[in-house]
Structure formats: structure tokens, C-alpha cells
Design a protein around this ligand. Structure first.
Ligand code: SF4
Length: 331
């Protein structure tokens, strides 16, 4: 856990801006000036309450959100100097709560409404939906097709980016609110929409972005061309892909960085990221790129993969072209 005095020194720089640009830039509308004000007063429990009241996933968001593009990217302090390190402050408050066994007590809804909702998917959308319904006194059942709960938080984000204990903690809190969770039940196969509509008052589909962005590299389907969701799931299930050899990851976003680092950890001989534009155009967070470089991943910018070739069902070569990044003309 970070040094308390250092955090207090940082927090006092917050200007408590009236128009809250940091808060408005947050997709969850985290009450940034308010929780920082509580840090200034050394009321870390109150800061934690403010964060959790608004967002069950505060701990996860403080770790994996691109703050530099959202809250920190809009911080007034950043106009002339460094923005407030909002993610770091949010992480500190979450670490403090963990270290001090402080639990946020959700407001109990005394009156339980006679309603029941079916939720498909136990990822962040499904869990958030179930918790918000529980706060309103509405019962829900989550149906998950996988063996374990968590969706992208469990199978899509590698453990070196998100500690799975954090997820378990959230799931336990949800269960303690009476939310029922059923695994190994696939929507459209084991249960249909019609069945659910007959049994429940409402159905919420929290199935996430199921189709990864991809393009065809070859007329043949080489088994060693993987889609990112499959690749990351294998790693997260500890069912490592053996003999990866030299591995090429196409793309420049955070998922590409996760795949590249995951390839290294699964034993790839050498891992390259091929990205069609320049480093400054990469959508991945700087920290993700830096950590990939630290892990030994090599980057080839302005490189577009055109075609893949192979022999005996094995990928042997890829054909690339060099690209030129042109400044977009305005006006
Ligand atoms: S914009 Fe920056 S300085 Fe202003 S309230 Fe938000 S965090 Fe504080």
C-alpha cells in the first residue's frame, strides 16, 4: 500500500472544481472531487463509501481504466502541468479498505418487490445489473455459459493486469445480497428467450462483445492463427497453448498488448507486435506498451500484415507491407 502522507500531499492539490470535468469524463460518473475531499480529511472509509456507492467495480476500474483518456485527461490541473493522479488515489482508497477489512455496506432495501429478473452473462454488465436490482429490492438470477463466473473479467483480462481475488470479492458481495448464479447454462442452447420471458418479469442480456475484430489472412484455416478471445481464455484457464514458437500479434490496442504478453508467458520463443500505424497512434495505454516491452515483446510499427502462408497445416510465413502515416488535413 502506498505511503499515506504522500497520498495526502497529492490529494490536497485537487481544486474541487465546480464543474467537475473529471467526473463528467468518467463513463461511471465517479464522484471524483467528493472522494478526493474525503481523502484530504483522512476519512478514507467515507471516500470508499462514495466510490462503492456509485460503482461496485471501483477497485477494478482504478486498475484497468484508461484514466489518462478519461478523468485524468480532463483534469483542470493537466492544462498547465500534471493532472491529478485520480486512478492512483482511487487505488489507494481501495487498498486501504482491503488492508483495514472495511466493507461497504449497501443500503438494505427493506421492502422486497415481487419481481424476478433473468440476467444473461456474469460479466461486469450482468453483475452490475444484478446488484443495482438488489438495491431496489428486486431478485435476479444470473445465467453464465462458462464454468466460472466473471465473463471478460475472468477470461478476457489476464491476471497480471487484474488480480482475480478482486473479482472473487465482488462475486461474494453479490451472492451475499441474495443474487442467484447458475453456471454452465448457455443462452440459446440450454435456455431460450421464450422460456425466460414466461418465467421472469424481465430479461437482461449482458453478453458483451462476442465477436472479436479479425480479418482473413489465408484461404486455409491454420490452427495456429488464434482469435484474441480464445487465446486469452486459454491463458486465463491455465490451459496453455504449447509450442507457440515465434508469435506475431496484429494490432495496437490493449487486447493486442495482453495477447503479446500472454504469448511470452505461455512460452513463445519470440513475440512481435505488428501495427499498421506509428507508436503515437496506438490505442493501447502507454503503460501497457511499456510493460509489453519490459516483457521482451518487440514492436514493428507502420507494418500491415497482408497474407499468411503455411505448409503441412503449419503457419510458416507472413507477408507484410510498410505503410505511411499521413497527417489528416483539417478544413
Ligand atoms: S478536475 Fe482535477 S482538480 Fe478539478 S476536481 Fe477534478 S481532479 Fe480535482
Amino acid at each position: 500500500m502506498e505511503d499515506k502522507q504522500e497520498i495526502l500531499n497529492i490529494a490536497k492539490n485537487c481544486l474541487n472544481c465546480k464543474h467537475k470535468p473529471c467526473q463528467n469524463a468518467c463513463p461511471m460518473k465517479t464522484r471524483v472531487p467528493e472522494f478526493i475531499a474525503k481523502i484530504k480529511e483522512e476519512k478514507f472509509d467515507k471516500a470508499y463509501d462514495i466510490l462503492l456507492e456509485n460503482n461496485t467495480f471501483s477497485n477494478i476500474c482504478s486498475t484497468i481504466c484508461p484514466q489518462e483518456q478519461q478523468c485524468e485527461g480532463s483534469c483542470v490541473r493537466g492544462i498547465k502541468g500534471e493532472p491529478m493522479p485520480i486512478g492512483r488515489l482511487e487505488r489507494f482508497v481501495n487498498d486501504w479498505a482491503k488492508e483495514n477489512n472495511y466493507i461497504y455496506k449497501m443500503e438494505e432495501k427493506k421492502e422486497i418487490l415481487n419481481k424476478n429478473v433473468a440476467i444473461i452473462g456474469s460479466g461486469p454488465a450482468g453483475i452490475s445489473c444484478a446488484i443495482e436490482l438488489a438495491k431496489m429490492g428486486i431478485k435476479s438470477v444470473i445465467f453464465e455459459k462458462d464454468e466460472k463466473l466473471g465473463g471478460i473479467l475472468r477470461y478476457g483480462i489476464p491476471d497480471f493486469r487484474l488480480n482475480k481475488d478482486t473479482l472473487e470479492h465482488i462475486l461474494e458481495s453479490a451472492k451475499s445480497m441474495g443474487i442467484e448464479m447458475r453456471t454452465n447454462v448457455e443462452f440459446g442452447k440450454d435456455i431460450s428467450l421464450k422460456e425466460l420471458q414466461e418465467k421472469y418479469d424481465a430479461v437482461f442480456l449482458g453478453i458483451g462483445a462476442e465477436t472479436p475484430s479479425t480479418y482473413k489472412l489465408s484461404d486455409e484455416d491454420y490452427p495456429s492463427i488464434y482469435k484474441s478471445d480464445y487465446f486469452l481464455k486459454k491463458y486465463n484457464e491455465k490451459d496453455y497453448i504449447n509450442n507457440l514458437g515465434t508469435t506475431v500479434v496484429i494490432g495496437g490496442g490493449n487486447v493486442a498488448m495482453d495477447c503479446a504478453r500472454t504469448a511470452v508467458k505461455m512460452g513463445a520463443k519470440k513475440t512481435y507486435v505488428l501495427y499498421r500505424r506509428a507508436r503515437e497512434n496506438m490505442p493501447a495505454r502507454d503503460i501497457e506498451i511499456e510493460e509489453a516491452i519490459e516483457d521482451g515483446v518487440e514492436f514493428n510499427y507502420t507494418t500491415k500484415v497482408i497474407k499468411a502462408f503455411g505448409e503441412n497445416n503449419k503457419l510458416t510465413q507472413i507477408e507484410c507491407i510498410k505503410t505511411v502515416v499521413e497527417e489528416r488535413k483539417s478544413g
